[in-house]
Design a binder for this molecule. Sequence first.
Ligand SMILES: N[C@@H](CCC(=O)N[C@@H](CS)C(=O)NCC(=O)O)C(=O)O
Length: 102
Amino acid sequence: MLSQMHPKGQITVYTTTYCPYCTFAKDFLTRKSLPFIEIDVTGDTSLREALVLKSGGRTTVPQIFIGEVSIGGYDDLVALSKSPDFEKLLKSSGITLKNVLD
Ligand SMILES: N[C@@H](CCC(=O)N[C@@H](CS)C(=O)NCC(=O)O)C(=O)O
């Protein structure tokens, strides 16, 4: 089910309401002009369970996917953004990073 929701060329952010780290992640992507799809999993137990499996056992939100690749939460996103792998991963998913200096 979730694999169909992570097409190439798309960043997907799974969130819940009242989740500061979700807001941090969305703000971060917005600052970098990286469009994303948000899926609110608040109260959806089966989607949440599927997400844990798809995220390699991570149980927190946000969970962020670049294309089909699970990159983890907000801290992971920030750490990855400081590595050349970030641009490579975006490129391989068909996403262009515009605000390189931000
Ligand atoms: N280091 C994680 C922290 C994420 C985190 O603590 N998320 C909280 C919500 S803001 C959470 O998932 N708590 C458990 C829960 O909501 O079930 C990140 O940067 O994404």
